[in-house]
Ligand binder design. Structure first.
Ligand code: HEM
Length: 427
C-alpha cells in the first residue's frame, strides 16, 4: 500500500524506477510488464501515474485541456536553494515556451510562429545541413575509427539549431559553450554540486541569449526563426511578448539540440546492430526516409513526457484525480503490439512507422519534427554513401545519462578500413 494515498500498489509498480539500470538500458523493455498487466499504474517512488500503452498515451496527448502540458519541463528533482540563488544572480526569468503552455495562450502563438517550420521553408536549410555534415565527416573519414557522438552527432544538430534560429555567426561559439546538457537537470537526479554548475551555466546562457536577442532586435531582417518572431511581435505584440522571445531564444536551442543529437545516435546504433538493414540502406538510399521513422519509433530520443491532470478523469479505464501527474511513456507506446506488428523488430518498410509518438501528438506535437527528420536523413545519406563499411566497435558498453526522458548513448564508437573507402576505390 502506498503510505501517502493508501492505495494498493502492485509489485511491478512498487519496483518501477526510471533512474535505475533497467529503464536506462531499455525503457520500453523495462515497462513491458506494465503494457501486459497494468497499463496505467501509480509509482509511489516517483509520485507520478505511469501510462504505457499506445492508445492511452495518444489519448492523453490528444486532450491538452484535461491533461495540461504545464509540468513538461518542471525539474523532476527539486532544485536546491543554492541553485535558485545562483539563477537569481543572473536575473534568470525563463517563462513558458509553447511546449509547456496552456490554452488559450498556446495556440495563437503556435499559429503565428509556424511558417518557418513548413516543409517548403525548411528545404532552404538543407544545403546548410549537408555542408555541415560533410565538413564533420571530412574530419574523420580517413581515421578508421571515431566516436560519432563526440565527433559529429552532438555538434551538428547544435549548429543547425543556431542557424535555424538565426543566431549571428559571431555569437555561435559562445552559445555553443553554454548549451550544456540540460537533460540531467530537468529529468534526472543531479547532485547538489551538479545543480550548482548547471545553474551557473544556465544563468550565463540566459544572459547571453538576452544579448543576442537585443542584437537581432536592432536588425530583425535576417533569416531564422528568432528574427521572424521579432517581426511578428510588431504585428501581434500581445501574442509574442518580450518574455516569450527571451525564453525561446534559449529554450529553442535546447529543444532542437539534444533531442536530435540523441535521435541520430540511437538511429546509427540501431541500424549498425541490424547489419542487413544497414546494408539495404547503403544499396538503396530511397529507403532512408522510412528507415528514419522506424528508428524514431523503435529507439526514439524522447522516452517519456509529462502532463498534469486538471480535472477528475480516467485513463485506460483507471480513475485519476485532478492534480495527479502523469509520466506518459511514449517509447513504450511505440513498442505496443496492439498498434505495431512485431514491435521489437526493425522493419524499415513498416507501413505505419510514422504513427510513432516520439514527437508527441496533437496540438503540441513537435514543431521541429520536419527539421529533425531532414537532419537524420542527411546524416544517413552521407554516412551510408561515404562509410558503408562502418561497423560498431565490438565490446563497447553504451552509457546513458540517468533520467526519465531524453535518451541516447553518450558515446558511439565505430570503425572501418579507410583503404576501403568508396571515394578512394572509386574516385
Ligand atoms: C515539442 C520531441 C526536435 C522544436 C516537442 C515535444 C516532443 C518533441 C516530445 C512535445 C510534444 C507534445 O507535447 O505533444 C522532439 C524530438 C526531436 C525534436 C524527438 C528530434 C528527433 C525538435 C527540433 C525543433 C523542435 C529540431 C526545432 C526548433 C519543438 C517545439 C515544440 C516541440 C517548438 C513545442 C511545440 C508546442 O508545444 O506547440 N518536441 N523534438 N523540436 N519541439 Fe521537438
Amino acid at each position: 500500500t502506498d503510505p501517502v494515498s493508501g492505495c494498493p500498489v502492485s509489485v511491478g509498480a512498487a519496483a518501477f524506477d526510471p533512474f535505475g539500470d533497467a529503464y536506462q538500458a531499455d525503457p520500453p523493455e523495462a515497462v513491458r510488464w506494465s503494457r501486459d498487466e497494468e497499463p496505467v499504474f501509480y509509482s509511489p517512488s516517483l509520485g507520478y501515474w505511469v501510462v504505457t500503452r499506445y492508445d492511452d498515451v495518444k489519448a492523453v496527448f490528444r486532450d491538452n485541456i484535461t491533461f495540461s502540458p504545464s509540468i513538461a519541463l518542471e525539474k523532476i528533482t527539486p532544485v536546491s536553494d543554492e541553485a535558485i540563488a545562483t539563477l537569481e544572480r543572473y536575473d534568470y526569468a525563463m517563462n513558458r515556451t509553447l511546449v509547456n503552455e496552456d490554452e488559450p495562450e498556446h495556440m495563437p502563438r503556435r499559429r503565428v510562429l509556424m511558417d518557418p517550420f513548413t516543409p517548403d521553408r525548411l528545404s532552404h536549410h538543407e544545403p546548410m545541413v549537408r555542408r555541415l555534415t560533410r565538413e564533420y565527416v571530412d574530419r574523420f573519414v580517413d581515421a578508421g575509427k571515431a566516436d560519432l557522438v563526440d565527433e559529429m552527432l552532438w555538434e551538428v544538430p547544435l549548429t543547425v539549431a543556431l542557424h535555424f534560429l538565426g543566431v549571428p555567426e559571431e555569437d555561435m561559439a559562445t552559445l555553443r559553450k553554454y548549451s550544456i546538457a540540460h537533460t540531467v537537470n530537468t529529468w534526472g537526479r543531479p547532485s547538489p554540486e551538479e545543480q550548482l554548475t548547471v545553474a551557473e551555466n544556465v544563468g550565463k546562457f540566459w544572459q547571453y541569449a538576452g544579448t543576442v536577442l537585443d542584437k537581432l532586435r536592432r536588425d530583425p531582417s535576417g533569416d531564422g526563426w528568432m528574427p521572424y518572431s521579432i517581426r511578428k511581435q510588431r504585428e501581434f505584440p500581445d501574442v509574442i511578448t518580450d518574455s516569450y522571445l527571451h525564453s525561446m531564444m534559449m529554450a529553442g536551442i535546447v529543444a532542437a539540440h539534444e533531442t536530435t543529437a540523441n535521435a541520430a545516435a540511437n538511429a546509427l546504433k540501431l541500424l549498425l546492430e541490424n547489419r542487413t538493414v544497414w546494408e539495404e540502406l547503403c544499396a538503396d538510399p530511397g529507403l532512408i526516409p522510412n528507415a528514419v521513422e522506424e528508428c524514431l519509433r523503435h529507439s526514439g530520443s524522447v522516452a517519456a513526457w509529462r502532463r498534469l491532470v486538471t480535472s477528475d478523469t480516467t485513463v485506460g479505464g483507471v480513475p485519476i484525480p485532478a492534480g495527479a501527474k502523469l509520466l506518459i511513456v511514449n517509447s513504450s507506446a511505440n513498442r505496443d503490439e496492439r498498434h505495431f506488428e512485431d514491435p521489437d523488430s526493425v522493419d524499415i518498410r513498416r507501413d505505419n512507422a510514422t504513427e510513432h509518438l516520439t514527437f508527441g501528438y496533437g496540438s503540441h506535437q513537435c514543431m521541429g519534427k520536419n527539421l529533425a527528420r531532414m537532419e537524420l536523413q542527411v546524416f544517413l545519406e552521407e554516412l551510408t554513401r561515404r562509410l558503408p563499411h562502418l561497423d560498431l566497435v565490438p565490446g563497447q558498453r553504451f552509457t546513458y545519462v540517468p533520467n526519465t526522458s531524453f535518451r541516447g548513448p553518450e558515446h558511439l564508437w565505430v570503425q572501418w578500413d579507410p583503404a576501403a573507402n568508396p571515394e578512394r576505390t572509386d574516385p
